[in-house]
Design a protein. Structure first.
Length: 337
């Protein structure tokens, strides 16, 4: 089970699996808060942990907790410029179809991931300010809940690919990742648009998050939250220190102390309106950045829209075949020997 050790701003990173010593190193999943999104082209999460721990899973799991309205209602201006879980799965599945077509030209099989499903969507800012849902805190503390069945099925699909023959994995991704049929599929989807500039997006995300944490209203709100926690018997200077307590990483399931801490954490956020204060400050800062850098954000929105449209056009039966890795010119798509 994974532990949320404190939320930081949402980031997008781009990776492709690497193949080393005959085995594919797939992107690490569920090692970001609140969930890790797959990384063929991008991985976007509502929040990224400042530090986190992975503990062994256990058979005795708490009950499934539905997503709280507190998380659903938390919407920020930057959200429309990044890719949601469903968006990322859409791009992945489009690339997956093109990879399959590419490999089939050399007589290789490629099992497709499950189709994107909006029921697997996660609120983009679910843990931006740490745990904010009473039900989640009471049942999981700072441990992440298990993925929903749809996401679990998709993760299983990724895991099963480790069992594919090395020749297939290398043809799909290249020896070091980012090559082979995946590179061709990725480039094919971007043929009519500039790539999404994740570095630029991340720069603004970090700038906005840091500015919000320094804002006097947020500083005052965090102090009020800390005082509330102290009255409840828990001494932490801010919510991220509470979530990142190393004690929580020592057990695969939350112990009573962790559950009590997380429950007090959420209650104190509600009593001090910390989430509301922080979100209002975040909204103001993000809106200002969007206005000040209108051209950059317009480019991000256009790149996102075109990328997703290309992916959607590929998902039905419209995908045309790509050259096989052995027919590639220039080396990046060649099957390594």
């Amino acid at each position: 089970m994974t532990i949320d050790a404190g939320a930081a701003p949402e980031r997008i990173r781009g990776t492709a699996p690497a193949v080393r010593d005959g085995g594919t190193v797939m992107p690490k999943r569920r090692k970001k808060v609140a969930y890790a999104l797959t990384g063929l082209a991008v991985a976007a999460a509502g929040t990224v942990a400042a530090g986190m721990y992975v503990t062994r899973p256990t058979a005795a799991a708490p009950p499934v907790v539905p997503i709280g309205q507190e998380a659903i209602d938390l919407v920020l201006p930057f959200d429309r410029y990044w890719l949601s879980t469903f968006d990322i799965h859409t791009v992945e599945s489009a690339e997956d179809i093109l990879i399959r077509d590419c490999l089939q030209r050399d007589g290789m099989d490629w099992p497709l991931l499950p189709s994107p499903d909006r029921q697997a969507e996660q609120p983009p800012n679910r843990r931006r300010y740490g745990v904010i849902e009473p039900g989640l805190a009471a049942n999981y503390g700072y441990h992440l809940p298990p993925p929903d069945p749809i996401t679990e099925k998709r993760e299983t699909g990724w895991s099963e690919r480790r069992k594919l023959p090395a020749e297939v994995r290398i043809a799909a991704y290249g020896k070091e990742g980012g090559a082979g049929c995946w590179k061709k599929a990725h480039d094919h989807l971007l043929r009519n648009t500039a790539p999404y500039d994740a570095q630029k997006y991340n720069k603004y995300v970090g700038e906005a998050f840091d500015a919000a944490r320094r804002d006097p209203q947020v500083v005052t709100g965090i102090r009020a939250w800390s005082a509330c926690m102290k009255r409840a018997g828990f001494a932490y200077p801010d919510p991220f220190k509470a979530a990142g307590d190393k004690e929580w990483a020592k057990t695969p399931r939350p112990l009573p102390r962790e559950l009590a801490t997380a429950t007090a954490d959420v209650r104190c956020k509600q009593e001090t309106d910390l989430v509301g204060i922080w979100a209002r400050v975040d909204t103001r800062i993000q809106q200002n950045l969007i206005r000040e850098h209108e051209s950059d954000f317009r480019q991000l929105a256009e790149a996102k829209a075109r990328w997703l449209e290309a992916a959607r056009q590929t998902l039905p039966e419209n995908a045309g075949p790509l050259p096989s890795p052995r027919e590639s010119i220039g080396g990046t798509g060649r099957t390594p020997t």
